[in-house]
Design a protein around this ligand. Structure first.
Ligand code: AHR
Length: 496
């Protein structure tokens, strides 16, 4: 296969918001307990935070973490997780017993230790405006009121200063506790946003969009919610999970393009409401749940009520990692409108990081494209329009075999992120780079590929799939970058 594109710094999509490299910690399965928090583990610090996990979180390059859910938040009472007395509760969303040993204070301390920005969700399922305001007062007010003084009594004299807040979670979904029609949710989101801003005007607020592109209410939901809450919110959320089905890897590898189509549809809907309301402000996008997820029936079945059960513990393959690479490319290609994105989730639960209780922590295959994108995907996204052969897929129609983007940092170093979706052969890539600086050379070309597309990283073999230098041959010559991308591969080519 052969593909090409042109890079020109004059044609920029926009600046990458570092919050594009966010993640998500939900009270679900073993994400919190025995994931980020395991007192008694040999690597635990004085708070019970696993240092081995913290090291991997830093290496992953996560910038922002959404918390505490997810479906969990829609039945959550934040007061149960603060102060000296913690209340164990039934947690119906994931049919688990929630000990509440880890709560807001622990999350704030963990976020500090991890060097990430916290992104909180308020419960708009079983609760409303008052409880959201109470939580905000507890978290962000400096002192002199019952709730802010209570925080100080609980050991946090300084306010947490949480700026980013989600107004509920997936309120369009029938599975969501307190699910309600768009018009009702839109009014509730607007009222909650207005009250929260009265307490803290510096907040950034996210309204719930659709739980996935295929929701029967998709489009109409965003239209109705934003018609009610346009002036009160900053972002609208998108959630999407993809997986290989019916032994159709080509369709699965097109997920990045499907994600782009989803983003473009949401942008169109936001701008439609903008036009209708005659506003200047533009709503931006928070893609605050995205990943590969193989749902298993056991997650839906009635199980005994347990603490931190093993749920959603997917082990990812090379194919999954390449698909995730495509999703990162999709987000970068829309950096003008997507300002926040959270891979769901961070540890153990559909996650790049896995742990064993009392045992090691390791990197899944999907860890690597995320870490490289976060490390090198900072700066200006250049417009990339590949000329590429296409493949017809059952899941997503005609899809180009090359999926790519490029980011130019402050020093002029350009990183090309490229996925070769072809399973049957390498891709000869040529990029016209004459508009970039003179004397440009290839600094590195790293590849994630494997002879076995089902290869996985496991506790026993945690580094089977990892980036490796590409075979020699990637070079700039006469203003043209030439590289060979192996079949089914994620590639990071740095030029400087
Ligand atoms: O991330 C897993 C779940 O997926 C979240 O709890 C929910 O918001 C979504 O449906």
């Amino acid at each position: 296969h052969r593909a090409s594109f042109t890079l020109d710094p004059a044609f920029s999509v926009g600046t990458v918001d570092p919050r594009l490299f966010g993640s998500f910690v939900e009270h679900l399965g073993r994400c919190v307990y025995t994931g980020v928090h395991e007192p008694g583990h040999p690597a635990a610090d004085e708070h019970g935070f696993r240092r081995d996990v913290l090291d991997l979180v830093r290496e992953l390059g996560v910038t922002v973490v959404r918390y505490p859910g997810g479906n969990f938040v829609s039945g959550h009472r934040w007061e149960d997780g603060v102060g000296p007395v913690r209340k164990a509760r039934l947690e119906p969303a994931w049919r688990s017993v929630e000990s509440n040993e880890f709560g807001l204070g622990e999350f704030a301390a963990w976020a500090r230790a991890a060097g990430i920005e916290p992104m909180m969700a308020v419960n708009l399922g079983t609760r409303g405006v008052q409880e959201a305001c109470d939580l905000l007062e507890y978290a962000n007010h400096p002192g002199g009121t019952h709730l802010s003084d209570l925080r100080a009594e609980h050991g946090a004299a300084e306010p947490y200063g949480i700026r980013l807040w989600c107004l509920g979670n997936e309120m369009d979904g029938s599975w969501q506790i307190g699910h309600r029609p768009a018009a009702d949710y839109g009014k509730l989101a607007a009222a909650t946003a207005r009250a929260m801003r009265m307490i803290d005007p510096g907040l950034e607020l996210v309204a719930c969009g659709s739980s996935h592109h295929g929701m029967p209410t998709f489009g109409a939901w965003e239209e109705e919610v934003l018609s009610a809450a346009y002036d009160d919110v900053d972002h609208v959320s998108l959630h999407a999970y993809y997986r290989e089905e019916d032994d159709d890897p080509a369709g699965f590898l097109a997920s990045g393009s499907a994600m782009e189509a989803f983003i473009e549809d949401v942008v169109a809907t936001c701008d439609h409401v903008r036009a209708k309301l005659k506003r200047r402000k533009r709503i931006t996008l928070s893609f605050d749940e995205w990943n590969v997820w193989y749902m298993r029936p056991m997650e839906e079945e009635a199980r005994p009520w347990e603490r931190a059960p093993r749920l959603l513990e997917n082990t990812y393959s090379l194919t999954d990692a390449v698909a995730v690479g495509g999703m990162l490319i999709a987000l970068l290609r829309h950096a003008d409108r997507v300002k926040i994105a959270c891979q769901a989730q961070l540890v153990n639960v559909i996650a790049p990081i896995m742990t064993e209780p009392g045992g090691p922590a390791w990197r899944q295959t999907i860890f690597h494209p995320f870490a490289q994108a976060s490390r090198y995907g900072r700066g200006e996204v250049l417009r990339v329009e590949p000329v590429s052969p296409v493949v017809e897929t059952a899941a997503h129609g005609e899809t180009p075999l090359l999926h790519a983007t490029a980011v130019r940092d402050g020093e002029g170093t350009v990183t090309v992120f490229a996925v070769n979706r072809a399973l049957d052969g390498p891709m000869e890539l040529t990029a016209d780079v004459r508009a970039l600086s003179d004397g440009l050379r290839v600094l590195s070309h790293e590849v994630l590929a494997d002879d076995d597309r089902h290869a996985k990283n496991t506790r026993e073999n945690p580094d089977r799939v990892r980036p490796r230098p590409a075979a020699d041959g990637t070079a700039v010559d006469g203003g043209r970058l030439r590289a060979v991308l192996p079949p089914l591969s994620w590639n990071v080519i740095r030029l400087g």
